[in-house]
Design a protein around this ligand. Structure first.
Ligand code: GLA
Length: 372
């Protein structure tokens, strides 16, 4: 590919782990994710025509070549749709060569797609001097995923990929996108956050995510509130007869999860990790029993971690596979990993992968030669 010239702009963006606040971003709730160290990098070069070329370090022989006039929302395709969607939502009107180096594990529930979208968005923003704020870029990348790719995701993953900071979790109010950094220094308390990738691959394009989101929206409409954010436990109980069983259970998850995020923030500030662990586990039970997005592998990871001394554990992200997290003492990490691997093996599941990650920085421009 000798006709690929040096990039004008390089930007990178991380994947994420959500500490707590699951399936409530689209209900205007609060979420508390942090960025992981694994990042996706986008190298962009402006062209003089309207051609878009995309290739990746991971698949060097697969070059996608299209043009601005061929951008086609919901037109199908592979991973390049996430890149094209961002070009579309940012209304780019000049051709560009894009090379991607994706280092966020795919399908592990760690938001590799948001990392890809955000790396491309930050690079385009710089290359074409668009001057969008990070908040605007979060909304534009979400629009790319919703309206171009066709995945009805909320705003959490893009927001944390764009706005996270090293050493902190990001408390995000999904109603107005205001953020507060909550210092999150587990190492100082001799703890680790173990990420267990079940290797069961999920895809949000499948109906389960949208169906539950619809349950929350129809419950809100029947009760007469804008979203789950405006619903109290008491009002939910009083309105039970208006709702289907599914609507009631999904709404109960949303209401209790929003309360758990508030508790978690206070416990983090107080460095009370024992109690924080209990709140994290309560989130898992609610996702398993009320929201029904867990799966046997995630439950096995969580149950085994808890049986082996974890302070708390839960599934993260969309569910139906992907990863779980466990809050574990540093000196217990090895024991916990071995116990989970053994439990997976005896249940006949695929071997899980383990990661740990410190809270890392959000998206950044790595090289800027855009004025050349
Ligand atoms: C996926 C979506 C997010 C969020 C989570 C569940 O990661 O992309 O918007 O809804 O699921 O919390």
């Amino acid at each position: 590919m000798s006709d690929w010239l040096e990039p004008h702009v390089i930007a990178s963006a991380p994947g994420r782990v959500n500490l707590i606040g699951e399936h409530i971003d689209f209900s205007h709730g609060f979420v508390l994710p942090f960025a992981i160290a694994d990042r996706t990098t986008a190298k962009l070069r402006r062209r003089d025509d309207s051609i878009i070329r995309i290739r990746s370090v991971q698949r060097p022989d697969d070059v996608i070549s299209t043009s601005l006039s061929e951008l086609n929302p919901l037109g199908g395709g592979d991973w390049e749709r996430y890149v094209l969607g961002v070009i579309w939502s940012l209304k780019i009107d000049q051709g560009v060569d894009i090379e991607i180096d994706g280092q966020v594990p795919l399908g592990a529930g760690l938001s590799s797609s948001a990392a890809l979208e955000c790396a491309v968005a930050v690079a385009l923003n710089q290359l074409f001097a668009l001057n969008h704020s990070r908040k605007e870029l979060a909304l534009l990348t979400q629009k790319a995923e919703n309206d171009y790719v066709g995945v009805p995701c909320g705003i959490m993953d893009q927001s944390v990929s764009l706005m996270a900071q090293e050493g902190s979790a990001l408390l995000l109010d999904c109603r107005d996108l205001t953020t507060t950094l909550i210092p999150f220094d587990l190492a100082a308390s001799s703890l680790e956050l173990l990420v267990i990738d079940t290797q069961v691959h999920h895809t949000l394009v499948d109906g389960g995510y949208a169906e539950r989101r619809n349950n929350c929206e129809s419950a809100a409409a029947k009760i007469g509130v804008v979203s789950m954010r405006d619903l109290s436990s008491q009002l939910l109980q009083e309105s039970k007869s208006l709702l289907t069983e599914h609507e009631f259970l999904r709404a109960r998850h949303a209401v209790t999860e929003i309360a758990r995020v508030a508790q978690a923030v206070e416990l983090l500030k107080a460095k009370d990790f024992n109690e924080l662990g209990k709140v994290i586990t309560a989130s898992h039970l609610s996702l398993r029993d009320d929201y029904e997005v867990s799966c046997p592998e995630l439950n096995c990871a969580v149950d085994t971690a808890l049986a082996n001394g974890a302070l708390g554990a839960r599934m993260v992200g969309g569910g139906f596979g992907g990863s779980a997290i466990a809050l574990v003492a540093q000196n217990q990490l090895d024991v916990t990993e071995k116990a989970i691997a053994a439990a997976f093996s005896s249940a006949g599941f695929i071997a899980p992968r383990f990661f740990t990650s410190l809270p890392s920085d959000g998206a950044r421009v790595e090289l800027d030669l855009s004025s050349i």
